[in-house]
Each structure stands twice: as C-alpha cells, then as structure tokens.
Design a protein around this ligand. Structure first.
Ligand code: NAP
Length: 265
C-alpha cells in the first residue's frame, strides 16, 4: 500500500503534514513517542479522510530504532513513497553549561535518526525510481546561532545533507528537499526548554506545510517559509558572517543572562 511516513507526527508541523496529506488522499504511517496522541490522530484522520492511518510509537533517537521502523513498514506491507523526517527538538543556553547528554541526544534525533531513515527508505525508492523525502531543517541552519549552537548546527547539517541528496537523486526520479521554517506556532519551544526567539513573522504549522507541499511539487532543493524569513536569510548572505554572529550574540546573550537568573523574559 502506498504510504507516507511522517516522524514527529503527534504535534506541530508533523501533525499539520498528517492533516494536509490525509486530505489529499495519502495513506499514513505516523511516528512519535506519545502513543495516546497517535491513536487519537489516526482515529480522527481515519474518520475525516478516506485513507488508512497507522502509527508506530517509538523513540527514533534510540540506537536501532530507524532500522526497526523500516522493518515494521515492510512487515505491514507498506510502500513508503513519501518520507517526512520532521521529529526534532532544540536547546538554548551557554553551550559550556548545557547538559551534554541532552545535546548529544539532540544530534541523535535531529541528525543520526534522520540520516538513517533517509538511507533506508531511499533504497526501495531508488529501485522504483520514484519517491520524495522532506527533511525539516530551519532558518537557524543558515548561520551559527549563539546560545542555540548545537540546534543550529544540526539544522545546518540537515540543510546541507538534503541539498546534496537533491542533486544525487534527481536523475533517479526522487525528490529530496530541506524545509526551513522560521518561528512557528507549535509546542517546540516548550518541548525544547527554549524561549520563543523574537521574530517579526510567526507562522502556523499549516502555513509551513502548505509552503513545503508547493515547493516539493516544484522540485525545489530547499525552501524557506515566509517572505520575512526569506528576506532575512538572503540579507545575511551579503553581510559579513561575524557581524551577524555578534548582532545575534548581543541580543541572545542578554536574554540568556536573564534566563540564567531565572527570569526567562
Ligand atoms: N516550531 C518552530 O519554530 C520550528 C522552526 C524551525 C524548525 N522547526 C523544526 O520542525 C520540526 C517539528 O517541530 P515542531 O515545531 O512541530 O515541534 P513539536 O510540536 O515539539 O513537535 C515535535 C514532534 O517530534 C516528536 N518527537 C520528539 N522527540 C522524538 C523522538 N525521540 N522520537 C520520535 N518522535 C519524537 C514529538 O512527539 P513525542 O513527544 O510524542 O515524541 C512531536 O510529534 C523539528 O525538527 C523542529 O526542529 C520548528
């Protein structure tokens, strides 16, 4: 059965992908850790759209989990022709003072699991000469972000990795795209113990997903969500990198000091 696999589907951008794709008739395999949310979402989608929605509740950052998920899809006789690598989280603070295990866990989820899932599900797509993969990066991936150092670096990896795979897989009939949202109204900041950064534009997860679906249809290698985010990223390209780092650092250092003193605002 042709199916779309979405990681991090229990909330935010992943859940919006599930709703939008169900409405377009995609059968879904939804993945996240929280089983109750996945059950409720599958029931809702099964009722509202004429599709089959299934789930696997698992922590995909655990070693061996991506392979297990791949094997589970085969066991269920699902042909994954669209993969959305969306699950991810972040952290905020002075890197030297952050919890090392959490930082490494972030790399395991945002990078390691994404690479392994891409690798495994790409193989059958290559055999069929068709398929699509959307990897959720971020506007944070276009430059270093002081006080979000590891998170921004994971998203730089996702952006670079996806762009390279876009070109490698074009002759094989497979679309690969990095989706780069800016600040989006989801549970991300709470889950990541981050404060919402100051932003001129805050988008809804539905707006982000609509941008993604338009861009993947057009065969883009990456897409930045929202005009204000696009202009900010483009403007950064013509400004010396150290200038951007210092400017962000001066805002986020003050913010971080307040956080450390227990006053998040
Ligand atoms: N929100 C923003 O402003 C923003 C901006 C740019 C990029 N992004 C990126 O967008 C993606 C989605 O984030 P979101 O904003 O939608 O945040 P969210 O609402 O916190 O959603 C994160 C999703 O990932 C799942 N997840 C977390 N850890 C997991 C794990 N170890 N294994 C499996 N699933 C896991 C969560 O479900 P469970 O907790 O049930 O596992 C949830 O479904 C992330 O990659 C994030 O970096 C977000």
């Amino acid at each position: 059965m042709n199916t779309t696999l979405i990681t991090g589907a229990s909330s935010g951008i992943g859940e919006a992908f599930a709703h939008r794709l169900a409405a377009r008739g995609h059968n879904l395999l939804l993945v996240a850790r929280t089983e109750e949310k996945l059950i409720a979402l599958c029931n809702e989608l099964g009722r509202s759209a004429n599709i089959r929605a299934q789930f696997v509740a698992m922590d995909i950052a655990e070693k061996g989990a991506p392979r297990q998920l791949f094997e589970e899809a085969i066991k269920r006789d699902l042909q994954i022709d669209f993969l959305v690598n969306n699950a991810g989280f972040g952290s905020m603070g002075d890197f030297a003072k952050l919890d090392l295990d959490r930082e490494l866990g972030m790399i395991d989820l945002n990078v390691r699991a994404l690479v392994e899932l891409t690798y495994r599900f790409l193989q059958p797509m290559r055999e069929r000469k068709s398929g699509a993969i959307v990897n959720v990066a971020s506007t944070a991936g276009f430059q270093g972000v002081p006080f979000m150092a590891t998170y921004a670096a994971t998203k730089a990896f996702v952006l670079s990795f996806s762009e390279a795979l876009w070109e490698e897989n074009r002759p094989h009939g497979i679309k690969v795209m990095a989706l780069c949202p800016g600040v989006t109204q989801t549970g991300f900041f709470e889950a990541s113990q981050m404060d919402r950064p100051p932003a001129r534009l805050v988008q809804t997860p539905e707006e982000v997903v609509d941008t993604a679906l338009r861009a993947i249809k057009r065969g883009k290698s990456s897409v930045i969500c929202g005009w204000a985010n696009f202009l900010a990223v483009e403007a950064e390209r013509v400004v010396p990198r150290n200038f951007i780092l210092r400017a962000m650092g001066s805002v986020l250092r003050k913010h971080n000091r307040k956080r450390e003193m227990g006053d998040g605002g």
